[in-house]
Structures are given as structure tokens and as C-alpha cells.
Write a protein of this length. Sequence first.
Length: 277
Amino acid sequence: MEASVRKELTELARKVRVGVIESTNAARCGHPGGSLSIAEIVAWLYFREMRVDPKAPQDPDRDRFVLSKGHTAPALYTALALRGFFPWEELFTLRKLGTRLQGHPSMHALDCIDMSTGSLGQGVSTACGMALAAKLDRKDYRVYTVIGDGESEEGQVWEAAMFAAHYRLDNLCAVFDLNGLQIDGEVKKVMNIAPMADKLRAFGWEVCEINGHDFDEIERAFETARQTKGRPTAILSHSVKGKGVSFMENQAAWHGKATSPEEYEKAMAELTAAREA
């Protein structure tokens, strides 16, 4: 990857983190931890990977995205704002009465949301249905979904994994955000999902394991997904919950709460410094 492209993407990921902190602070609630851990992934998807157009959000030939871990909507909303689907200022309406930016993505509120999500485990099944529909309709659009590691304890995720392999959905790419923490603590202690790579390969998937904050590794993984034929691809994205804000990193307590005024100032100062660096 060219240095200029990497720099551009790094700045976009930083801006995603800014949007996460600003929107959840304005709402006084939300899920910053898991939103921060997918900043690089959503930046890549909306600025390098997916075929989408803010002027035609319902284009039938667009690529589809399903945020299966729907509670991390602040990251998705910020990426959409940066991409031009709606004004940045709308992020400050997160979770407020009458807003289009619900606590979990709503396709009825925003026409650039491909699926309403929030009940964990169900988004990946929807993504499978979209990918199969593309095959049946002889369309070339691709379908992407992001799944949480705590979410991967759900049996429906594994039913969907069987479905995707059975129907040879090579137009489906599932990113598993493996930040190691869920609302109740460490995933491996709550319900160990390891070994993910071995399981998914046994289910018939192509598997890539990456540092989810490294754009060179992200680029290679998505290239593998595009080139893989006859089976779906899983990208195991090893990430840091709360990435980019020092006091949130690797802290399960930041799964679902907003910053205090003092914490907000500290978080914004760190993210501003990251831009200047």
C-alpha cells in the first residue's frame, strides 16, 4: 500500500473514533468500546472496498453491509457521515427522540442502512440471504458483515456459517471483530469461542487472520476475499476494544457507557494529538 493511501485511511479511522466519542457523549449513552475497535474496518469498507453511492443509497447494484453487532452503530454512522450520506452534525442526534440515528441501525430510519440489526446473531443470517439473492438474481454485488466475538457465542452464527458454505457464497465476506471482551468480561471466560480459524475452516470457509488496526493486513485480507471462489471468506480481525482512547483500551467497562465531561475532554485531546502526530 502506498504511504499516502495508508495516511489517508489512518486519518479516516481517527475521524471515525472522533465521531464515536462525540456522538455517544452527546447521547450520554451508547457503546463506544466495540465501536472504536472497528474504526479501521469501517473506514476501509466505505472508502476503499464497497461499491456505494451517497447519491443513490438504494442502487440495486450496490454492495451491501450488515452490522451484525448492531450496538456499535456509532462507528457505522460516522463512516456514513464521512462518506457523505448525511451531515456530520447529525451524529449529535444519536439516540435522541425522533432521530434517524437509532441506538441500533434501522433501515426504516435511514435509507443507507441495508438491514436493521441489534439482536445478536441475526445480522449474519441476513447477510447470507442477501448473498444468496445476488447469486439467484445473477448480480455481481458483494455482501459484507461485521460480527462481534461475544456475538459469536450465538448458535445462529454457526447455522449461518453452515448455510454460507453449503450455498458456496463466495460473494460473502464476514469480519469477526475479535477484541476479546464483551459486556460481562473476557470472551474466553464467559464462553470460549476458540479456535475460531479451525472451526470456520471446518465449516468450509476461507479464513484470514489479521491485525484489525493494520491497513496493509486489511488490504491483503479483502483482496483474498475477492479472489476466493466457491466458498465464503471470514476475516478474523484481532483488535483492541476502546482502541485510540487510552483509558478505554481493553476495558470491558466501556462496552456500553458514555464519557463523563472530564473523560470526554481527555479522549478528544488524545484523538486530536493523534491527528497532529
